[in-house]
Design a protein around this ligand. Structure first.
Ligand code: PLP
Length: 458
């Protein structure tokens, strides 16, 4: 063993290596030294575990791989073959071409972000999206913040700090990623008053809980689960009527919120902001990167007076969105205004993809992979919307099912691809769902699958 240790070169020896000196000029000495030390540590660990010293070429490969990976951004594009359209772990909604261009323009140049070009005077960043949101939802006013979690927290803080917020026990939900309604409530400085039961809450439950300390009435859309059976919920209209009667603001957190009717595509109807507003809610909050299909943002719509109060609140500055978000959001909203959302917004293109298109794409890929020597079959499967919306709802799809010796090993190889390919395993087969594969991903997907199958075999 001591002989194997002695066979290892020193850090200084390695730093003299021609290739590594080339790297040193490009990425700096510190990165190279770190990579050399780490690779030598690995080699020593290997020897302690009973192995030999690595061949010099292998050691050099290990070092260069470490250098390459330390200068590679960790946030990378991936190909989503899972069929989950709004995959929170994979960045939720991909943006439309127009949104990407708007984002690029805003990033590369100065802009009139807070400048009124007509008046030649200071303007507000919020004007850029507000008018569009008002037109699309019928709201009196609107405000955009960083995300919907921030929107909910902000509204609670502004209207119910040190006051009571009445909420149904059936709506004390956890959205995932640490968003739990009771925690958000307590962080906002509001006191939670739970009413009703998990499965049934009536208007009278809210009414009996109202005291002089009540700040607002809260509804939360239980967006990622469904209660079925013996259930009762207070409708937005009833809650709004109660709010009016007791002069209390009614806030509706829709979560996803949809600007198009999801039921057209065979899905359950996802609540739309305009419906909550029509019912009489004072404020409605929803996400920018769920079914809206835009960038991460929290959109607050509602009564003029309530929005003005938020705009004057000191917290608004801490939650303000940047120009890139506003640029992408505005471009996304314009698709709805121009009635082209299903053609231009990726999320809606995916939701509205026809079985025929999915079948055709799956067939072309399957045929190519079969020719390549893989066992690929076209099968019925289901895609989901995801992103905490439409729980339990599925969209029928046609997927390519790859039968491979080890689905886990194959999936791991796909994740190691560049770009990584995320697939689902179903019935011991690796499933590739065309629904979430964007046209610009296609050739990379084809190559990635073939590369993985070669590497797994060798
Ligand atoms: C997703 C969701 C949130 C959080 O929204 P983000 O945009 O992820 O911050 C809040 N409430 C509900 C009901 C949700 O579904």
């Amino acid at each position: 063993m001591s002989q194997a240790f002695r066979a290892l070169p020193s850090v200084d020896d390695l730093l003299q290596n021609h290739t590594l000196r080339g790297y040193e000029r490009r990425v700096g000495r510190a990165v190279v030294v770190d990579a050399v030390r780490a690779a030598l540590d690995d080699a020593r660990a290997g020897i302690r575990a009973g192995g030999d010293a690595p061949m010099p070429a292998l050691l050099l490969d290990a070092i260069t791989e470490r250098i390459e990976s330390s200068v590679r951004p960790t946030l990378r594009r991936v190909i989503n073959a899972t069929g989950v359209i709004l995959h929170t772990n994979l960045g939720r909604a991909p943006l439309s071409q127009d949104a990407i261009e708007a984002l690029q323009d805003a990033a590369a140049s100065y802009s009139n972000l807070e400048y009124d070009l007509a008046k030649g005077a200071r303007g507000s960043r919020y004007t850029h999206a507000e008018d569009l949101i008002k037109r699309l939802t019928g709201a009196e006013a609107a405000l955009v913040v960083n995300n919907n979690a921030a929107a909910v927290m902000f509204v609670l803080r502004a209207f119910a700090e040190n006051r009571e917020v009445i909420v149904s026990r059936g709506q004390l939900v956890e959205i995932g990623g640490g968003f739990r309604v009771p925690d958000v409530l307590s962080q906002s400085g509001a006191r939670m008053v739970e009413v009703g039961t998990t499965n049934r809450t009536r208007a009278a439950d809210y009414e009996t809980a109202i005291t002089p300390h009540t700040g607002l009435l809260l509804r939360v859309h239980p967006s990622n689960f469904r209660v079925i059976g013996f259930t009762e919920e207070v409708s937005p209209d009833e809650l709004a009527a109660l709010g009016r009667k007791h002069k209390l603001p009614v806030v509706d957190d829709l979560g996803s919120g949809a600007l198009l009717d999801t039921s057209i595509y065979g899905l359950m109807h996802e609540p739309m902001p305009s419906e909550s507003l029509d019912a009489g809610a004072d404020l409605v909050t929803f996400s920018g990167d769920k079914l809206l299909g835009g960038p991460q943002a929290g959109i607050i719509v509602g009564k003029q007076e309530a929005i003005v109060r938020l705009k004057k609140h000191p917290l608004v500055r801490a939650l303000r969105v940047d120009k890139l978000t506003l640029a992408a959001l505005q471009a996304t909203l314009l698709h709805y205004l121009k009635n082209e959302a299903t053609q231009k917004i990726p999320v809606w293109q995916m939701i509205s993809a026809t079985p025929q298109t999915l079948q055709t794409r799956a067939e072309v890929w399957g045929e190519r992979w079969n020719k390549f020597g893989l066992d690929a079959q076209i099968v019925d499967s289901v895609s989901t919307v995801g992103g905490g919306s439409l729980p339990g709802e599925t969209l029928p799809t046609r997927a390519v099912a790859l039968t491979v010796p080890s689905p886990d090993t194959f999936s791991a190889q796909l994740r190691a691809n560049s770009p990584p390919i995320m697939a689902r395993i179903e019935n011991d087969r690796v499933m590739i769902d065309p629904r979430t594969i964007q046209p610009h991903d296609e050739s990379l997907l084809l190559e990635g699958i073939e590369r993985a199958s070669r590497l797994v075999k060798t």
